[in-house]
Design a protein around this ligand. Structure first.
Ligand SMILES: *Cc1c(COP(=O)(O)O)cnc(C)c1O
Length: 222
């Protein structure tokens, strides 16, 4: 099936309020153009260099999301244009985003990445370090970042009960944190969870943003 057909079917299966991030990593700009012709405007990449190159190649009305691990020394390359960074998992990274946001006179939207899977290779905060970050005076003084919500990746497994439990835990954390630290602020409204293999479960468990690559663009050659 074509990119347009894939997008059509995925959108049909998603509730209207769920944002679809089309994960275009490793795929050429032509395929992104195809997705754009089908109405898609939000794209996710996981490498800074590729994100910058694709941003430069395409029109300004694309919203670019950084979804992969971000090194502090690379924030400066994406700060001028990135719409949402999903993968913030330390105070020092958030500080650098704040610093670069100030330089570009922007407030940069971010999600805090939580470690919810059984795998220990993946990045992300645990609940205690999340709370530590949110209570830290250094965080409270930041003026050029806005924490919009949380992101997480479930275990890479066919055990959907396990995946569901991980998403459920993340949704509970999201709700608790919103009540405790954001006074139910409207801008703390993003729960980014769900990929090609598990997004229906993520949506059932309260995801507001899914990050889908393979099911739109086909498999990636490593
Ligand atoms: C690659 C990637 C995705 C998309 O994965 P698919 O299985 O291709 O849908 C989602 N989130 C992150 C963080 C990724 O790196």
């Amino acid at each position: 099936m074509s990119v347009a057909e894939n997008l059509y079917h995925i959108r049909q299966s998603l509730p209207e309020k769920v944002t679809l991030v089309a994960v275009s990593k490793t795929h050429p700009v032509e395929l992104i153009r195809e997705a754009m012709a089908a109405g898609q405007r939000v794209f996710g990449e996981n490498r800074v260099q590729e994100l910058v190159a694709k941003h430069q190649a395409l029109t300004p009305d694309v919203q670019w999301h950084m979804i992969g691990h971000l090194q502090t020394n690379k924030v400066k390359y994406i700060a001028p244009f990135v719409s949402l960074i999903h993968s913030v998992d330390s105070l020092s990274l958030l500080e650098e985003i704040d610093r670069q946001g100030a330089k570009c006179r922007r407030v940069i939207d971010c999600l805090l990445e939580m470690h919810i899977s059984m795998e220990d290779t993946k990045y992300g905060l645990d609940r205690a370090s999340l709370q530590g970050l949110l209570q830290n005076p250094r965080f409270l003084h930041m003026k050029h970042v806005r924490v919009r919500g949380l992101m997480g990746m479930a275990s890479f497994t066919d055990e959907m009960a396990q995946v569901r439990e991980e998403f459920r835990t993340l949704r509970r954390t999201f709700q608790d944190i919103r009540a405790l630290y954001f006074g139910d602020k409207e801008s703390f409204d993003v729960l980014s969870m769900g990929m090609s293999g598990d997004y229906p479960v993520a949506v059932e468990e309260g995801s507001t943003m899914v990050r889908i690559g393979t099911s739109i663009f086909g498999s990636r050659t490593p």
